[in-house]
Design a protein around this ligand. Structure first.
Ligand code: HEC
Ligand code: HEC
Ligand code: HEC
Ligand code: HEC
Ligand code: HEC
Length: 215
């Protein structure tokens, strides 16, 4: 705000700052919406450079999400694995496969595979994976049954109403942390009751104030 208004208008900034802030955010979002219609869409599933399948690796082969997305417990960002992770197996598994050509090239040259990002929040929104994972929100709640997807699709709308719905009532969406990557897990009693126990034990209180997500 300080950059937009000259000093003499300080008091208007104080009175109007909030409103202007909302208008600015609204403007940014409208801009983002019209310029990037492909992001933020449920079902969005771009073509990837390699036909990597979660259904095969996480589903059939039963690999844990954590094997590849190993930053989710510690960091805001859930890292896409480097090619070395793939080559742990693919130096031996299907070493001649045409479908793994780009993986071998990337390994040889050291240049990352240019995976296309699917989920993308606007820059003015703060999101943190580790805060959610450690509270016991499962990947499945926000990303759906990735272990059944040959190609990852955006599952949830990721809009503000969706975030707030859960922040106002997180209980039904919480589980013990060690089950966060067990996408097929189903509770054996009222999920809200399990959630309330976790909330009490960990003092969970998701932000619903604007500055919680717009920092
Ligand atoms: C063998 C490694 C591997 C495993 C195991 C794995 N992933 Fe992935 N994941 C990837 C790669 C590579 C990509 C990027 C390509 C793509 O989108 O398919 C990715 C992309 C994703 C994306 C989309 C990211 C974006 O661009 O927005 C999500 C969500 C995701 N994985 C969730 C999961 C979940 C949930 C599990 C566990 C059920 C899991 N992954 C297991 C390698 C893995
Ligand atoms: C834990 C071992 C393991 C890891 C790690 C792994 N894969 Fe695989 N992958 C396999 C196995 C097993 C198959 C199935 C081979 C078969 O069909 O006989 C496979 C199959 C594939 C195929 C299909 C190959 C074909 O010719 O049909 C692709 C593409 C692939 N993996 C990509 C990747 C990528 C990209 C990564 C890293 C993000 C990765 N894999 C990590 C074990 C692994
Ligand atoms: C509370 C909802 C939520 C949960 C739980 C969640 N994610 Fe995400 N995930 C998101 C959002 C929102 C984004 C987009 C973040 C952005 O653009 O800043 C995202 C993005 C990703 C990405 C792309 C890289 C990134 O960080 O932007 C991967 C990979 C991913 N998630 C994997 C996972 C895995 C694996 C799990 C479970 C261990 C998981 N996510 C749990 C909401 C969630
Ligand atoms: C399914 C439930 C759920 C959804 C969906 C969800 N959250 Fe959360 N969020 C939580 C829980 C639980 C916490 C942990 C609160 C705690 O530990 O006190 C949390 C915490 C946070 C925090 C605080 C993190 C910190 O480091 O202080 C932020 C910011 C946040 N969420 C943003 C978002 C945004 C943005 C979205 C939507 C894109 C979203 N959340 C969607 C349940 C959810
Ligand atoms: C739990 C996280 C969260 C909280 C709390 C939150 N927002 Fe948001 N907000 C988002 C996300 C995610 C988006 C982007 C997606 C979208 O457009 O809905 C967003 C977008 C917006 C936008 C862009 C316009 C729009 O709706 O597209 C405005 C303006 C906004 N927020 C204002 C606010 C105000 C004012 C508050 C406090 C009353 C608030 N937000 C609290 C997550 C949050």
């Amino acid at each position: 705000m300080a950059l937009i208004f000259p000093k003499s208008t300080d008091k208007y900034v104080k009175i109007g700052g909030g409103v202007v802030g909302l208008l600015v955010l609204g403007g940014i979002s409208a801009y983002a919406y019209f310029t990037l219609p492909q992001v933020m869409d449920t079902g969005y599933s771009p073509q990837q450079p390699v036909a990597y399948s979660h259904k095969l690796h996480a589903g059939n082969l039963g690999m844990d999400c954590y094997y590849c997305h190993n930053t989710v417990y510690k960091a805001a960002y859930s890292a896409i694995p480097p090619t070395e992770t793939c080559m742990n197996c693919h130096v031996r598994v299907k070493p001649q496969s045409e479908r793994l050509l780009k993986v071998r090239e990337s390994y040889a040259t050291g240049e990352s595979i240019p995976w296309v990002k699917i989920h993308k929040l606007p820059d003015y929104v703060y999101f943190n994976h580790s805060a959610h994972i450690n509270a016991g929100v499962s990947c499945v709640t926000c990303h759906g049954r990735v272990d059944q997807m040959a190609e990852v699709k955006q599952f949830a709308p990721l809009n503000m109403g969706w975030c707030l719905d859960c922040h106002r009532n997180p209980a039904p969406n919480l589980r013990p942390v060690e089950l966060v990557t067990k996408l097929s897990w189903t509770p054996d009693r009222d999920p809200a009751e399990i959630g309330r126990e976790i909330i009490a034990a960990k003092h969970i209180n998701p932000p619903t104030n604007c500055s919680g997500c717009h920092r």
